[in-house]
Unconditional design. Structure first.
Length: 300
């Protein structure tokens, strides 16, 4: 079903729906919770710097990388000045020297500087006109990720489609912690590998069959579990590579996996993302008919 959440939420507010009200039963409270989650998801994707704004992903070589839209550059941008500058990879550090009068480093007038990657609290952004690029580091490999607030994928966004809300896909799973936690190497859609800490496994039953998944921690101090999974709808009703799902940290030997909040990874919308693929441990032999469906505007 197509989602017209703005109108839906406005209608709820106009009707005076109060989640804390005793007049709202558990099913309605849960429905509103999921609709709120979907609305937040939709608004994030509509932002001018969202995943929909990606227009390029350029892996860097050691040494100098000439950047610009002219065809003789090492990094050929799809939009921007013919010559932007030179990005240098040397000694584990990446720096940039901009051409005179072209672009800005974090909005300043500096023409040279070190590029801090997206794993740092304050990455360096290089901007000109509607375009911005910044450095990413994936397993030691460096790349420039390019965004455009006027990207066609953003302007022509088709919205999100979902399965009908199914409360029975809000699963309370049994949690078994790994002691010690293990490390999982997960391939990415671009051919790389990302390493994650796996703190344990979640087990649940569906139609008399037992299923198991292994969520990961994205960072050492993560406040949520992150599940990368696929199922029997993958490549059909849902995106083929994987869907993502966040879950609260386990408590009292249980963990809640709400598949109504399963969503498409960035690579479902753009070829310029570096998404992890569903590992074998998380390929479910069941149709998970909940959460986000395949993006109808996908070109890949």
């Amino acid at each position: 079903m197509s989602l017209l959440l703005a109108a839906t939420m406005a209608g709820m507010m106009a009707a005076g729906v109060d989640l804390s009200s005793a007049s709202v039963d558990d099913d309605e409270r849960y429905r509103i919770e999921v609709l709120n989650w979907r609305s937040d998801r939709l608004q994030r994707l509509k932002k001018p710097d969202s995943w929909l704004s990606l227009i390029g992903l350029h892996w860097l070589k050691d040494g100098d990388n000439r950047v610009g839209s002219a065809k003789d550059n090492d990094v050929v941008l799809s939009k921007g000045p013919p010559k932007v500058g030179v990005v240098t990879v040397a000694g584990g550090q990446v720096s940039i020297a901009l051409e005179p009068g072209v672009g800005a480093l974090n909005g300043s007038e500096a023409r040279k500087g070190v590029l801090r990657d997206d794993s740092t609290p304050r990455p360096t952004y290089v901007g000109f006109d509607s375009v911005t690029f910044y450095l990413i580091d994936r397993d030691g490999k460096k790349a420039l990720r390019v965004k455009d607030s006027e990207a066609a994928t953003l302007k022509n966004f088709k919205g999100l489609d979902y399965f009908d809300l199914a409360k029975d896909w809000r699963v309370e799973a049994k949690w078994e912690a790994f002691d010690p936690p293990k490390t999982m190497e997960i391939p990415t859609i671009t051919g790389g590998v990302e390493k994650y800490t796996v703190p344990g496994k979640a087990t649940f039953e569906r139609d008399g069959k037992k299923f198991e998944v292994q969520p990961v921690l994205e960072t050492a101090d993560a406040k949520e579990l992150f599940l990368i999974f696929s199922d029997k709808t993958s490549g059909k009703e849902t995106y083929g590579a994987a869907r993502f799902l966040y879950a609260p940290l386990p408590a009292d030997g249980k963990v809640v996996l709400d598949f109504n909040k399963a969503y498409n990874p960035p690579c479902a919308f753009t070829p310029y993302a570096t998404c992890p693929l569903a590992p074998p441990e998380n390929k479910l032999n069941v149709r998970v008919t909940a959460g986000e469906k395949k993006y109808k505007g996908a070109a890949h």
